[in-house]
Design a protein around this ligand. Structure first.
Ligand code: OOG
Ligand code: MG
Length: 250
């Protein structure tokens, strides 16, 4: 398949909630893969979605180990992917969603490569990312996951606060009040600010108002229907949402 066909196939899989086989018919290399990702986002923007953010993936060893992939990847966030803090996530059209705890940065100024990336940051917040690979069994090559907008599906951001120390904050995720994963923001490239610097380098420039997700601090957790999810980042606060139950699905 060529770039346009691959983007269309990934888009259709996401809309239908049906996985594609990771059968090697995907993009050949990472350049190819980012071209597919761009074509996929262009389709969605043409349908009325609006870009809201930039995300990094595989910034922690926990995630690299879980997925068997070693390189930093990046994707885009849109307004349609926003989950209100304390709100409901409709999981009826998701394939095999997982959730992971993250740190979010809100840019107050243009973020450019070089210099102190925190100078561009207006606020920070605890965040939850929902990922849902459009590839069967969450198994993919590096080019495939890049083309698939790095498995991005949704994100919730907790209360924004003025940036303070971020280097080694305790992180936890609970499902229905049961502890599912614990970690530290130090798992994110040693310090989440390094993820921000990487975002600047990879994006070239990011506009004020952009949300940057630094990447998961722990492995991702399977996200069933009818579940209350809560993440806490020590010193930053809490973010939560609830997934719909099968009875609520049409
Ligand atoms: C890719 C997404 C990785 C992260 O935070 O590391 C990611 C995947 O795990 O399918 O979002
Ligand atoms: Mg993530």
């Amino acid at each position: 398949m060529n770039t346009v066909e691959l983007a269309a196939a990934l888009d259709a899989a996401a809309l239908a909630g049906r996985a594609l086989p990771g059968d090697g018919s995907g993009p050949r290399d990472t350049d190819d893969a980012y071209a597919v990702q761009a074509a996929l986002l262009a389709r969605r923007l043409a349908r009325g979605e609006r870009l809201t953010g930039f995300k990094l993936g595989f910034t922690s060893l926990a995630k690299m180990r879980q997925m068997g992939v070693r390189d930093l990847i990046h994707g885009r966030l849109t307004d349609r992917m926003e989950i209100p803090d304390g709100g409901i996530l409709d999981v009826s059209r998701l394939i095999h969603p997982r959730v992971e705890p993250e740190v979010a940065f809100l840019l107050g100024d243009t973020l450019l490569p070089g210099g102190d990336p925190m100078a561009a940051v207006a606020a920070v917040a605890p965040a939850l990312e929902v990922i849902d690979s459009r590839y069967d069994g969450f198994r993919f090559s590096l080019p495939e996951v890049i083309a698939d907008n790095t498995s991005a599906s949704g994100y919730a951001v907790g209360p924004w606060s003025a940036p303070g120390e971020l280097g080694n904050l305790g992180v936890l995720v609970e499902l229905d009040g049961r502890l599912a994963e614990t970690g530290s923001t130090a798992a994110i490239l040693g310090h989440p600010v390094r993820a921000l610097a990487a975002a600047a380098r990879l994006a070239g420039s990011l506009a004020p108002g952009t949300v940057v997700l630094a990447g998961a601090a722990t492995a991702a957790v399977p996200l069933p229907p009818g579940t209350h999810v809560r993440a806490e980042v020590a010193g930053l606060g809490t973010v939560r949402f609830t997934t719909t139950t099968p009875e609520e699905h049409p």
